[in-house]
Design a protein around this ligand. Structure first.
Ligand code: CIR
Length: 265
């Protein structure tokens, strides 16, 4: 795959979904109290506004009470300039989210394919860089799914590499993000994993691991509120930042990347 400058952060469109009240039943590894649908929707509005201010046209899909985690639209699909891939999330309560987002994908893309086979991939395990797409195996993404996904990507001209997400990390991107221009933000464990080759890695200061999940959108990096050392490290590396509250998302292990599908239309 040839290096395509900006592939991982130059976007024109995004798809999001309004958090449902049922998000209080969302999956979480550790219970830190239920998120409130109402407070989550307030944070979500700020998120949508930030994407718009970064230059994106945002489609906001209606909430789906049937799927408590459905505001985390990054997991049931993956988008590229050539088209979209409908994924098969790797946990029972979320599998139906792939079909639920299909109409929105069909409306936005000329080409939409479903992940072939029976394996599972959560979009949160897929890190797009400008020259390679990393797919992390995790409790949600299995080898069968990762290999089927990599095959579709290869057919579309993209190089993919399959990696092992470290134990105890929900998704590959829970612990790392692209800042663009070849720079990665990652927790120390991920930074020392060898996944990133000789790329520059900004290491998230100890105790702020949640802030490893940020998103670069055009000229800014969206960063969760409450992580001053990480914010300073990103700014020192030369990036402009916008800080957003993610307190409700965090209660159900969600972060900034999980809340949108971003693509160049
Ligand atoms: C889940 O466990 O599936 C949701 N509560 C959180 C999903 C976060 N998504 C992501 O990291 N891409």
């Amino acid at each position: 795959m040839a290096h395509r400058s900006g592939l991982s952060f130059r976007f024109t469109h995004a798809i999001t979904r309004t958090p449902a009240n049922s998000v209080s039943d969302g999956i979480r590894a550790v219970d830190a109290g239920d998120p409130s649908g109402e407070k989550f929707r307030q944070e979500h509005e700020l998120y949508v506004k930030a994407l718009q201010e970064a230059g994106l046209e945002v489609t906001v899909l209606p909430s789906l009470e049937k799927f408590p985690d459905s505001c985390f639209v990054e997991d049931p699909a993956f988008c590229l300039p050539e088209g979209a891939i409908q994924l098969r999330p790797g946990t029972a309560s979320r599998i139906g989210e792939g079909a639920a987002i299909r109409a929105a994908l069909d409306a936005a893309f000329g080409q939409v394919v479903e992940l072939p086979g029976k394996g599972h991939v959560d979009g949160g395990d897929v890190l797009m860089l400008d020259d390679v797409i990393l797919i992390g195996l995790s409790a949600r993404t299995d080898r069968e799914g990762a290999e089927a996904f990599a095959k579709v990507l290869a057919e579309w001209g993209y190089k993919a590499e399959v990696c092992e997400t470290p134990d105890g990390v929900l998704h590959f991107k829970t612990a790392c993000s692209t800042l663009g221009e070849g720079v990665i933000l990652a927790t120390r464990v991920m930074a020392e994993s060898g996944f990133f080759g000789d790329r520059k890695v900004v290491v998230v200061p100890e105790g702020e691991e949640y802030a490893a999940n940020v998103i670069r959108v055009n000229d800014v990096v969206l960063v969760p509120e409450g992580y001053p050392k990480t914010l300073a490290a990103i700014e020192e590396a030369g990036f402009r930042t916008v800080v957003l509250p993610t307190h409700e998302a965090r209660k159900v292990d969600g972060g900034l990347s999980c809340l949108s599908l971003r693509f160049a239309g």
